[in-house]
Design a protein around this ligand. Structure first.
Ligand code: UDX
Ligand code: UDX
Ligand code: ADP
Length: 480
């Protein structure tokens, strides 16, 4: 018999847990939703009366939080109490790629998940439904079950997998009108009842036919597969962009032409400086690791190529900049428009901008960054982190490690885009923020050094218009 849920807790108040729980709370006023996190500052920010201080930026999120917070949506650091009171517990903690030991650089680091499981086992006094929301390697549910049942004191745990498919920048829209919600559960009577409990929650606003139920492992593997397919589309069109630049073709025309084929579809074939974000690279590496583990080297190599193509695309862009600027950017002022991995988010994880900057810094360029939503500390933190965790791609194997001081002396972060571009040798567009399209490019041109270069990594400004002003423009995948 499916249990009617009235009290939910979510462990992890990040990009996934925060927006997802805010929407569940808004759509289900009869359910008390408590989001907990060990990061006290994050919780304080979620509770800030000033909605501009929410820890993550997502269009529409502040309104949802304003409506539900204090009514049936709560943010707290008291993890034990929230676990104790909840009938259903979502786990949305981070699962970064391992930076040490077995599976370093590929496998997902499950230490945060394991800590959660142990905490749930310790605290729970009655039966609970546990929902994995983070992206996890296939069979994590089984690991969770092992920990919970072997350390729990006679309490029954049902484990579901319900991966999140929201994309950042459109999280609220994706949650309110999802293509599908996915739930994986055990094919036992109690498993099916647990699945039904979660279906009943989602059904408060999602049409039943858009709620897909599967067995647990299919659900876990669907998340990796979806992200691998999406990333592959971007790498595929980016591969073609390199060919376009050598020939007389235009990659945006090609995308338009092939996108009309309904078997291919028009979405997710926009050529760019390379994909970023917390999911694509991590999930593909995870998939590759799984394939290797199950002794499928050909399958592993197939998916790994999607990552290699992405590394190549970022490198190609940086190299194009250096080549065009007369083979050196040393001591030259380079403006970066955008640091986030895509528009409408303040998230910078795996952003192409970080890798392009790193490559230019090797040549000691002076980089001046403007991003409408990313903080200065975040930009320095991203560059500093990369020095310690630079992946072993063919292009960066000989890169030097830069010290914090070197990074801080070479990189300047601006609040005003025109200041960032003033007296610059070149401007590079790394994120497709809408506001970049409407800048007064004539004014920018007058303030930049000549010849003034624009490297458009997102194909968002008009090459013809800019060339008419006098710029030298390079964009992605446009043959002459
Ligand atoms: C293809 C293109 O679809 C068509 O646009 C082009 O003009 C010519 O080449 P065709 O080769 O006739 O057409 O058939 P298609 O339907 O594309 O199938 C190609 C192969 O892929 C077949 O063996 C088919 O069985 C297989 N296939 C197709 C799958 O295995 N799975 C699928 O989901 C689709
Ligand atoms: C992705 C998936 O879309 C989402 O379903 C999953 O739950 C999490 O991972 P996200 O990483 O937030 O979401 O953003 P997404 O819109 O998928 O973009 C990923 C990267 O690909 C961005 O850097 C984006 O700029 C790039 N991209 C996307 C392109 O370069 N071209 C495209 O056509 C689409
Ligand atoms: P995602 O994009 O997957 O949501 P984030 O890093 O934005 O990732 O969010 C994950 C959150 O989970 C972080 O705020 C982190 O502090 C929190 N977290 C990690 N481990 C625990 C834990 N054991 N208990 C509570 N919160 C945790």
């Amino acid at each position: 018999k499916a249990r009617t849920i009235t009290n939910i807790c979510c462990i992890g108040a990040g990009y996934v847990g925060g927006p997802t729980m805010a929407v569940i709370a808004q759509k289900c006023p009869h359910i008390k939703v408590t989001v907990v996190d060990i990061n006290a500052q994050r919780i304080a920010d979620w509770n800030d009366v000033d909605l501009n201080k929410l820890p993550i930026y997502e269009p529409g999120l502040a309104d949802v939080v304003a409506e539900a917070r204090g009514r049936n949506l709560f943010f707290s650091t008291d993890v034990d109490q929230a676990i104790d009171e909840a009938e259903m517990i979502f786990i949305s903690v981070n699962t970064p790629t391992k930076t040490y030991g077995v599976g370093k650089g590929m496998a997902a680091d499950l230490k945060y998940i394991e800590l959660c499981a142990r905490q749930i086992a310790r605290v729970s006094k009655d039966d609970k439904i546990i929902v994995e929301k983070s992206t996890l390697p296939v069979r994590t549910a089984e690991a969770l079950r092992t920990i919970l049942t072997s350390t729990g004191n006679g309490v029954n745990f049902e484990i579901l997998s319900s991966p999140e498919f929201l994309a950042e920048g459109t999280a609220i829209q994706d949650l309110m009108n999802p293509d599908r919600f996915l739930i994986g559960g055990e094919q036992t009577e109690s498993g099916e009842a647990a699945v039904q409990s979660l279906v009943d929650i989602y059904a408060n606003w999602v049409p039943r036919e858009n709620i897909v139920t599967t067995r647990v492992w299919s659900s876990e593997l669907s998340k990796l597969t979806a992200n691998a397919f999406l990333a592959q589309r971007v790498s595929s069109i980016n591969a073609i962009s390199a060919l376009c630049e050598r020939t007389g073709a235009d990659v945006d025309e090609i995308a338009r032409a092939i996108g009309k084929d309904s078997r291919i579809g028009a979405k997710f074939i926009k050529s760019s400086v390379g994909f970023g974000g917390s999911c694509f690279q991590k999930d593909i590496l995870n998939l590759v690791y799984l394939c290797q583990h199950f002794n499928l080297p050909e399958v592993a190599a197939y998916w790994e190529q999607v990552i290699k193509m992405n590394d190549y695309q970022k490198h190609r862009f940086a190299k194009k900049m250096i080549d065009s600027l007369f083979n050196t950017v040393s001591g030259k002022k380079i403006a970066f428009l955008g640091w986030a991995f895509k528009k409408d988010t303040n998230d910078t994880r795996e952003s192409a901008a970080i890798y392009v900057a790193d490559e230019l810094l090797q040549d000691r360029a002076e980089i001046h960054v403007y991003d409408p939503k990313v903080t200065e500390e975040q930009i320095f933190a991203d560059l500093e982190y990369l020095q310690e965790h630079r992946p072993n791609s063919c292009h960066s194997s000989e890169f030097e490690k830069l010290s914090s001081d070197e990074i801080r002396s070479l990189v300047t972060v601006h609040n005003d885009p025109y200041e960032a571009m003033k007296s610059a040798h070149a401007t590079a567009i790394l994120t497709e923020w809408d506001e970049f399209k409407t800048y007064d490019w004539k004014r920018v041109y007058n303030k930049m050094l000549k010849p003034a270069f624009v490297f458009d990594g997102r194909n968002i400004v008009s090459k013809t218009d800019l060339e008419q002003i006098g710029f030298r423009v390079y964009n992605i995948g446009k043959g002459e």
